[in-house]
Design a protein. Structure first.
Lengths: 115, 115
């Protein structure tokens, strides 16, 4: 069965500091991995995805994520956090070998950036 | 046009009412999704349409009835809802259901309150 774990309910970071939001996954085959962000009372916005190739993926708003197959992780990072990055972040996975299946979301991590 | 639109933004209904939520996209996507999201929780998949046919129904109660009249439009008909159905209802679309590597594009959601 596919699953995604986001071990932290909340991450607090000061503006200008680097941030990391953690994600680990479990699939039977190879994964497609996604990060979405949700601002209050809004829908989800796509940030970035890993399909294949380079393990470091760059996305929107200066975010990047590193795919680590041995650790089954796909942590989201940003070198310098902004107050406007404060939001709810979801990691999601699909199994490459199971076409037409649902996107599996983690429980979400609230990022709070203080000024 | 890379937008998914949803109407209405907010809806308050009684338990005996009948109402409908509407979702529209003009990106040529052939997979469309309904999700239910409670506060600070991940979206829960309800239904998936692929090429206007219902492909996934995640055991949703019959008081929720989806409809896909054409490739751009997705409706969710509501009847005899319960207070616990109050949530943010999100619509999403992607190019196809089978191509697991595609991200989903989410609408802003309809905030539903059942009294």
């Amino acid at each position: 069965a596919q699953s995604v774990a986001q071990p932290e309910d909340q991450v607090n970071v000061a503006e200008g500091n680097p941030l990391t939001v953690k994600c680990t996954y479990s699939v039977s085959g190879n994964p497609y991995l996604f990060w979405y962000v949700q601002y209050p009372n809004r829908g989800l916005q796509f940030l970035l995805k890993y399909i294949t190739g380079d393990n470091l993926v760059k996305g929107s708003y200066g975010f990047e994520a590193e795919f680590n197959k041995s650790q089954t992780s796909f942590h989201l990072k940003k070198p310098s956090a902004l107050v406007s990055d404060s939001a709810l972040y979801f990691c999601a996975v699909r199994d490459m070998g199971q076409a037409g299946t649902a996107l599996i979301f983690g429980k979400g991590t609230t990022l709070s950036v203080s000024s | 046009d890379t937008e998914v639109t949803q109407t209405p933004k907010h809806l308050v209904m009684g338990m005996t009412n009948k109402k409908s939520l509407k979702c529209e996209q003009h990106m040529g996507h052939r997979a469309m999704y309904w999700y239910k999201q409670k506060a600070k929780k991940p979206p829960e998949l309800m239904f998936v349409y692929s090429y206007e046919k219902l492909s996934i129904n995640e055991s949703v109660p019959s008081r929720f009835s989806p409809e896909c009249p054409n490739s751009s439009l997705l409706n969710l008909h509501l009847h005899a809802l319960q207070p616990e159905d109050s949530a943010l209802y999100l619509c999403a679309s992607s190019p196809t259901l089978a191509q697991n590597y595609n991200e989903q594009f989410f609408g802003p959601g309809t905030r539903l309150t059942v009294l």
